[in-house]
Design a protein around this ligand. Sequence first.
Ligand SMILES: Nc1nc2c(c(=O)[nH]1)N[C@H]1C(S)=C(S)[C@@H](COP(=O)(O)OP(=O)(O)OC[C@H]3O[C@@H](n4cnc5c(=O)[nH]c(N)nc54)[C@H](O)[C@@H]3O)O[C@H]1N2
Ligand SMILES: Nc1nc2c(c(=O)[nH]1)N[C@H]1C(S)=C(S)[C@@H](COP(=O)(O)OP(=O)(O)OC[C@H]3O[C@@H](n4cnc5c(=O)[nH]c(N)nc54)[C@H](O)[C@@H]3O)O[C@H]1N2
Ligand code: SF4
Ligand SMILES: [Mo]
Length: 881
Amino acid sequence: MTAAVRTTCPYCGVGCGVVASSDGAGGWAISGDKEHPANAGRLCSKGSALGETLGLDGRLLHPVVDGRQASWDEALATVADRFSDVIAEHGAQAVAFYVSGQLLTEDYYVANKLMKGFIGSANIDTNSRLCMASSVAGHRRAFGGDVVPGNYEDLELADLVVLVGSNLAWCHPVLYQRLIRAKSERGTRIVVIDPRRTATCDAADLHLAIRPGSDVLLFNGLLAHLGRAGAMDQDFIATCTNGFAEAFLSAGDDACDMDAVALGCGLTLGEIQEFYNLFTGNSKTVTVYSQGVNQSSRGTDKVNAIVNCHLATGRIGKSGMGPFSVTGQPNAMGGREVGGLANQLAAHMGFTPDDIDRVGRFWQAPRMAQREGLKAVDLFQAIEAGKIKALWVMATNPAVSLPDADRVNRALASCPFVVVSDCVGDTDTTAYADVLLPAAGWGEKDGTVTNSERRISRQRGFLPNPGEAKPDWWIISQVAARMGWSDAFAYQSPADIFAEHAALSAFENDGSRAFDIGALTGVDYDTLPPTQWPARKSSGGTARLFAEGGFPTPDARARFVTVQAATPAMSASAEYPFILNTGRIRDQWHTMTRTGLVPRLSSHIAEPFVALNPADAATLNLTDDDLAVLRSAQGDATLRIRVTRDQPQGQLFAPMHWNRHFSGNGGINALTAPVTDAISGQPELKHTPASLTPFKPAWTAFLITRGEVAPPPSAEYWTRSAAAGCTVLMLAGTALPGDLAAWAEALLPPVHGIDYHDKRRGIHRWARLDGDRLEACLFVSTDQPLPSRAWLVSLFAAPEMDAKSRTGLLSGRAPADAPDEGRTVCSCFNIGLNRIAAAICDGGLTSAEQIGAASKAGTNCGSCIPELKELIGHVRCGQAA
Ligand SMILES: Nc1nc2c(c(=O)[nH]1)N[C@H]1C(S)=C(S)[C@@H](COP(=O)(O)OP(=O)(O)OC[C@H]3O[C@@H](n4cnc5c(=O)[nH]c(N)nc54)[C@H](O)[C@@H]3O)O[C@H]1N2
Ligand SMILES: Nc1nc2c(c(=O)[nH]1)N[C@H]1C(S)=C(S)[C@@H](COP(=O)(O)OP(=O)(O)OC[C@H]3O[C@@H](n4cnc5c(=O)[nH]c(N)nc54)[C@H](O)[C@@H]3O)O[C@H]1N2
Ligand code: SF4
Ligand SMILES: [Mo]
């Protein structure tokens, strides 16, 4: 028998619908849900690999107290007692929760209710502080509430889409594919505003490689230009907004003419003119923005500078128009709806006396928090200062993802009582836990999430909870009950919680709060179709808001916000001459606790790297694949060098993903500064002054093994990556171990093997075999570069090796008739660089479509199409790529 369950993807905020189909024999196939409005059946590389994350490797399966397995009873009682004791002794402000946009709405609602209504503190903040806080603050300043006015369809209906600080091709791939399809059908113009050239720029008509941090100036200049060009919507300004005159005058002062803007933004006059003309000439404009805007010391101002231009032109809430903050996490929006941020209450209420009273009455709360709590960066500083004595972390990995991570690690180590709820047992954060609580994960738990376009979808479980894992809402409710509040937390199911959440949203809501899902209070939770809020009692869902005004402000008008251009908090200096920008890569999710285990997601980019311009590389005497130490005033990381013209001179880019399981010193947040936006509290993760120094190892090596091996202490540099049937360790050090044979033996499995040594050329190679099964390969090199490991890695995918492969083993070279795939480019179909290069050369191919027809590459999720196009220009036929 086969069964199919409709749910949603647990990764990005696009919120794609997923169908999990059982093969009846315990296996599950994952496909896109053709009926889900977000994706209509499409999935990206991460979504399509979901089936490969269902294994129980590394899962936390039992509660753990003080390092030993414990019963749920003991674990829950320990958490409740310790929190109660700290509150009794030091007050409610001495405890805190740090939660996540990866919790389901129901989990989030219960955590928020416990902290803000019953413990009586607002010290619950979320990783959304690192992600969406500036957009939330910008929305609240302009609209009076945290509302994204438009929807995904608007990107398809627009004539101009401006992407500001968003690498949509890699970070919101299905939405990007929708945009690209619209472009091919109707010629949508696309402008990308990003200091570096990203994969998203591949489809851009105009790429503005803006000086980092100068977005406010660019959009103030645009506002002034819209006035000069007579492109304002005077009616909308007059009837639906306030504060125009001041914002407009100030923008004009700030950006007195296009030359000044060009100079300040590091662009040419022609580029500025082209952008402003495109914006002026296309009323159907959507401006999408993401972390290049939010993660900035001026993030809130950047948001309002953008929103001002949309208000001035009345381009809001109408089809094909609007400012559009795309959310990162699957439930970033849901968290904002339940008030998961320390400076908000629940259901879009704030800390006004009326709101506190209203929520308090609704919850029948004994001890409502009376003031805002600590925001993430301040919260961890308060932990370090000893002010917070009990912390509960849920569904986030702050030891990796917060700025100034070494300090965050020290804070976690010094906190007297740390509880961590996670699905994974061994993360950088679980290492500090006094109590570990095993959470049910994706595919197991039930609830709702809200995507970037305000669409609430059900996430449904199709697997049993493994071991003793339990859903987060259950865990939190059980602790609440043990702290004495069993009636208020007597939930039997997520449906109970959702009904209460929906009722609160409508409670005494005369329309002054945009978030109202009163219509969903009595619906059948199990069959709840994807619905866009608001869904008031009197109506169904809502596709767009604010076309005719009606903002959730006291006078129903939107507010122009006067914003002034300013430089980022810190500048480059003689000691730290580069600006370090950080962000995401295509196939990894955040701190890699799930995607890092999937071979086909780990081969596109297998090592943490720092990208820099060829001119900077030349000055530093660095070339591609060298190693270097990146330093800032906070800390350092050792990374692989990638030389690329995509990076402007003076600017570096490094991914945020690598944790301690996958690298020795690849965590980039050791370097980022805890500098935040004064209004939103969001840290400036895109702008840290840094220096780069070559790391010249005496030896480099790779070790491929079937099981996982700990890196040897002699390796000052190491990274680990998952591949089919094996794990790859890349190693480097400054002193070659004296007794190399003994060193190698300690790393290799104790089975039969063959060795090869060429002392003169500094080459040492070992292969270990169990019959015809390859168990391990270790290649060490002192003078030469290491050979490609792709072919060797491919040998581990099969249980046995043929005789021909055996002969080539220690040369590391594939036999002529079984070519080496090379690095994976298309992760959906596992197609390597060399196969694509061969297809290009053999067929004389000149387009991504032709490559797709010849090899299938790029024909599923399309995320690799920008790279395929780049390969066409770069492959040198007649020699290996
Ligand atoms: N593959 C993948 N997809 C993801 C995630 C993931 O981990 N992996 N995470 C999800 C999450 S939670 C989030 S928040 C989103 C983030 O999605 P994005 O915001 O698109 O991703 P980032 O790479 O963080 O940053 C976007 C861009 O901002 C640019 N930038 C830096 N400084 C500036 C500046 O001063 N001005 C401008 N205009 N641009 C600047 C950077 O160069 C970068 O290309 O992605 C989501 N999707
Ligand atoms: N330098 C730099 N740093 C950044 C960023 C950047 O661009 N640059 N981006 C920031 C942004 S936008 C974000 S969103 C953060 C993300 O940073 P994190 O939130 O720290 O990243 P994740 O790896 O997604 O952590 C989620 C954790 O929750 C666990 N988990 C998954 N599902 C569940 C569940 O259902 N229940 C429980 N209890 N646990 C679960 C996972 O195993 C994992 O350990 O990083 C931020 N940090
Ligand atoms: S775009 Fe990819 S990661 Fe994002 S929700 Fe869709 S399938 Fe998941
Ligand atoms: Mo995020």
